[in-house]
Design a binder for this molecule. Structure first.
Ligand SMILES: Cc1cc2nc3c(=O)[nH]c(=O)nc-3n(C[C@H](O)[C@H](O)[C@H](O)COP(=O)(O)O)c2cc1C
Length: 446
């Protein structure tokens, strides 16, 4: 079979998509506090034969900007984040094939808790669970978990590595054939096939075994989005899907080949790990309609302060110290490699060096976060095909400009074209997420 795209729907369990003005879009459904909302969106993605619907997470409101959550609350800049376990449970009940993924932090949770949550989800979904491993991003999250400041970057990755060792050991603690359930003999399970873990490391002590038997996928699929050197190493070792956020094809191709090399160096099959840029598609009946829709959601509904509240959150830097028309200074770019990267991208995009804070705010949504495919369905499919076939990626994590419309339009208009071109499945062939992705079910090593 020819190489096929992997498609992931990027979801948020709250009032906005990754674009802070999305809740103001005229056709946006604001029933994000109801289960039906999430179930409807997941069913739409399943109709489109997506591999996975996955939810991001943050463990705090954006509260770095002006050292207050007031602006985030006022402008709806991601003040709402529901607990994902309940949301995914509802989706599992309303779908039968699509993978279901959630983000859990290795910095603020414990291995036993996370291993149990995803093993349970893998059973209840018949093998569709995925965990997006994040190390979290800022001080506000630390402050909700008894710390003054966020743990340092490389230390977070050390802890994440040990977290994965403990978690995978817990998932492997029951052998596949440990359950007997023989009513006549009274033997429930074979104790020689259920193992203690006895993990003792720098960060964690876990005795085990897990209280959940071996799951349909063996281990839930692992998603990861590290882009730093440490992040890429971590992904090479552990991830089944790697999310990236490169805006241009040439940069994406370099990232793609670098990540695939690191995967091979880690002793794994590079083809078995999918690299997926976050992208958004704005589909219109004509090119002009698509461009007007994009302008609406980017310009008309995104408040610059909402944008800066989110930028402060991601960069762990307080932009409220500056006026919107202040120049971007060395102090800002030296404060964070993220701000430096953003400023360089905006300079390239605008073709000038004299940036203001307003420029950063205006481009937060577009430049940080991967390619934008805007146009008729044919044109959107052409661009996706180009990225895919030129090895810029193995598929896409599609963010929604607004919900549920963006996904409904994509599924109705773009998916059939990708299918006709032989780039994407017409039907699910397997039933687990690993089967959709074409990746092996791991053994336990016992
Ligand atoms: C598509 C995508 C989704 C992400 N989702 C989350 C998330 O839900 N929670 C989070 O704390 N970080 C999230 N991140 C941030 C990454 O986990 C990571 O911290 C970031 O890409 C920077 O990489 P680094 O930590 O290696 O420097 C996401 C990144 C991308 C590209």
């Amino acid at each position: 079979m020819t190489r096929q795209m992997t498609l992931v729907g990027f979801m948020q369990a709250g009032n906005v998509t990754v674009y802070s003005g999305s809740w103001r879009y005229p056709s946006a459904d604001l029933s994000f506090l109801s289960m039906e909302y999430y179930q409807r969106i997941a069913r739409t993605l399943e109709q489109g034969k997506f591999d996975l619907v996955f939810f991001d997470d943050r463990l705090a409101m954006p509260g770095i900007y002006g050292d207050s959550v007031a602006d985030a609350v006022r402008h709806g800049a991601r003040p709402v984040k529901l607990d994902l376990t309940a949301v995914l449970g509802g989706i599992v009940g309303a779908t039968s094939k699509i993978g279901v993924g959630a983000t859990y932090s290795t910095t603020y949770y414990e291995p036993f808790h996370v291993a149990r949550t995803f093993a349970t989800l893998d059973h209840l979904s018949g093998g569709r669970a995925a965990w997006n491993v994040v190390t979290s991003v800022n001080d506000s999250e630390g402050q909700n978990f008894g710390r003054e400041a966020h743990v340092g970057h490389d230390e977070r990755y050390d802890r994440a590595h040990e977290f994965l060792e403990a978690t995978t050991a817990l998932w492997d603690s029951w052998e596949d054939d440990a359950l007997i359930m023989d009513r006549d003999s009274g033997e429930f399970a074979d104790p020689t096939k259920v193992h203690e873990v006895n993990h003792k490391g720098k960060w964690f002590r876990v005795r085990g075994p897990l209280t959940v038997p071996r799951t349909p996928q063996g281990r839930p699929a692992i998603l990861q989005a590290g882009s730093s050197g440490r992040g890429r190493e971590f992904a090479a070792e552990w991830a089944d899907l790697v999310f990236t956020a490169d805006p241009g094809l040439a940069v994406a191709q370099r990232h793609y080949s670098d990540q695939k090399e690191r995967i091979a160096e880690a002793g794994r099959d590079p083809e078995a790990v999918k690299i997926l840029p976050m992208a958004y598609a704005v589909v219109g009946e004509t090119q002009a309609i698509a461009e007007e829709k994009e302008r609406l959601f980017l310009d008309a509904y995104v408040h610059p302060v909402a944008s800066l509240a989110l930028l402060s959150e991601v960069m762990n830097y307080d932009f409220a110290k500056h006026d919107l028309d202040d120049p971007v200074t060395a102090e800002m770019t030296e404060a964070s490699s993220g701000i430096r990267g953003l400023a360089e991208g905006v300079k390239r995009h605008l073709g000038r060096d004299d940036l203001t804070v307003r420029d950063l705010a205006a481009h937060r949504a577009t430049l940080l976060q991967g390619p934008r495919f805007v146009g008729t369905a044919e044109r959107v499919a052409d661009q996706m095909q180009e990225w895919f076939e030129s090895r810029g990626c193995d598929g896409f994590v599609l963010a929604a400009t607004h919900l549920p419309g963006a996904f409904e339009e994509f599924v109705r208009m773009v998916v059939p074209i990708l299918q006709e071109r032989g780039l994407f499945r017409r039907e699910y062939e397997g039933s687990t997420l690993r089967e959709h992705l074409g990746i092996a079910r791991p053994g336990t090593g016992h």
